[in-house]
Write a protein that binds this ligand. Sequence first.
Ligand code: PEP
Ligand code: MG
Length: 559
Amino acid sequence: MSTTLTGAPVSPGRAADVVVTMPAPVPEPPEATVAESPSEIDAAVGRLTAASEAVTERLGALADAATGTAAEVLAVTAAMAADPTLAADAERRVRESRLTPERAVWDAANALAAQLEPLGPPLSERARDVRDVRDRLVAELTGVRPPGVPSPGHPFVLVAEDLAPADTATLDPESVVAVVTSGGGPTSHTAILARALGIPAVVAVRGADDLAEGETVVVDGGVGTVVRDPSAEQVEAARRAVRVERTFDGTGRTADGHRVELLANVADPEGAKAAVAAHAEGVGLFRTEFCFLGRDTEPSLDDQVAAYRGVLAEFAGRKVVVRTLDAGADKPLPFVTADDEPNPALGVRGLRTAVAHPEVLDRQLQAVADAAAAENADVWVMAPMVATTGEARAFAEACDKHGLARSGAMVEVPAAALRSRWVFEHATFGSIGTNDLTQYAMAADRMLGDLAELSTSWQPAVLELVRATCEGARANARPVGVCGEAAADAVLAPVLVGLGVTSLSMTPRALADVAAVLAEVTFARCRELAQVALEQPDAGAARDAVRRELAGVLEPLGL
Ligand code: PEP
Ligand code: MG
C-alpha cells in the first residue's frame, strides 16, 4: 500500500528512484592514544598516510568527474587534502602525543582552521575546506560514511534534513533526480539551488527523516508530494513525465498577446551570462551584494564601477534593474550594520542603512551612474526594504542627484504595499520582493523549515498585498514586477499577472516554464485565476485550486 508524505513544493517536475540519504555529520573522535611501542606508533602513522592518500585520490576523481561549480569546489578540497601541512602536523601529534590517527587529524585540522579564521577572506574561507578534509579523513580512518552529497554511481533521490551551501554546490543534476528535505523553506538554499538546476524538489516534508536508504519513492516537485511504496504504474508514469526541455523565445506574453516581461535575477557577471543564454529579456533584479560581501571595508568607487560594468556589458540595449546594497539581516556587513541587533530581520537593513551611512549609498549610486554611462544597458535603480513614502521620496531624490532617472522601490514590507498609491508618487516603478514580503506579512522567518506552509507566496494574504501594490502603482501609471522566488513558480505566474504584475524576474532556469504556462492562458483567464486564489482560505487550498483550474495546461507541459 502506498502512502504519501507532503511538503512544500519548491521546484517542479516528477521523478521516481531510490532514496540515498545525506550522511550524518562525522562524529568527533575520542581523545584516545595508541600503545607506546614504536611499532604501534609507526602503524598509526601508516594508517594516517594511507587515509590521506585515499582521500586525496578520491577527491581528485570526484573533481574530474564533476562539472561547473561542483568541479571547482571539489578541486579546492582535493588541493587542500593534498597539501602536506595538515598531514605533517597530524603525524607529529601521533608521534609526540601518541594520539590515535583520527584524533591527531581532528586536532591538527582544528588548529589550522583556527589560524586561518582571523585572516579575513579569502583565507578565512579556507577554514571550511580544512574542516571538510578533516571530516573526510576521520571518516576514512573510522569507517563511517564520508560527508557531502553521496556518489553511489547511479541516479537517486537525495533525502536530507537540509542542504548547506557547500553541499548544494556539489549537487550533480545528472545523478540527483530529485531532492527531498525535512527542513528548509521555499526560500532556503536547497529550494533556490534546486530551481536553478531544474531538479524537482519538495522541502519541509513531514516524515522525510523516516525514509530509508534504498527504498523507491515518487517525488512530485510541482504539488509537493513524496509517495512511498509506489505502484509500478506510479513509477512508470513519473519516469515517463521526464521534463521536456523547453527554451524561452525571448518574449513573454499571454495566449492573447498581453506582454509580460520575463527577466532574470542575477548576482554577478557569470549569472548575467547564464541569463543571456536563457534569453532573458533583461535583468529584473541585479543583487549588488557580491561586490560588498566578505569585505571589512567598503569597495572603492572604481572597484564598484568595474563590478557593475561586468553585468551591464551583457545586456546592451536591454533593461537592467540594479538593486542598491541590501546589507543587514542575513547579509551583515561590518562597515554598515551592527552585529548586536536582537532582531536583525526587523533591524537596520536595506535602505535603512543609508540613514547612518548616506555616503555608502551615495558612492554606490555614483558607481551605478558611471557604469551606466560607460555601457549601453537601460539602467534602472531600486532600493530594498522601502517602508514609507518618505523613504521612497528620499531615494528618488538621491538617484536624481546622480542623474539616474529611473528610480524605484522594492515592495517587501507590507506597509509599502498598503501605501502603494503614495509610494508610487515618487518611485517610478516597483518590484515586489515576495521572499521578504511573505516573511513580514506572515511573521514567519523565511529560513525556518517548520514554517514552510506559512512562508509561501500562495498565502492569500500575500496575494492581497500584491494586488494592493499593483492597484496603487496603476493609479500612478507605474509598472510593477515581482522579483522574489514566487516569480519562478510557473503555476503562480498567471495569478501574479492577473493581480496586475507587469513583469516577472526569476532564476534563468525557470524562464522557459513560466513562459510556456503564460503562453497558454489569456489575460482574462489570468484575472479569473487570481480571483480563484484570493477566495481560498489558505495557501494549500489556493495552490490546489489554481492547479485544478490549470490541469489541462500543466499536464502536457509535465508541470
Ligand atoms: C525578496 O525579498 O523577495 C528579494 C527578492 O530580495 P532578497 O531575496 O535578496 O531579500
Ligand atoms: Mg528581500
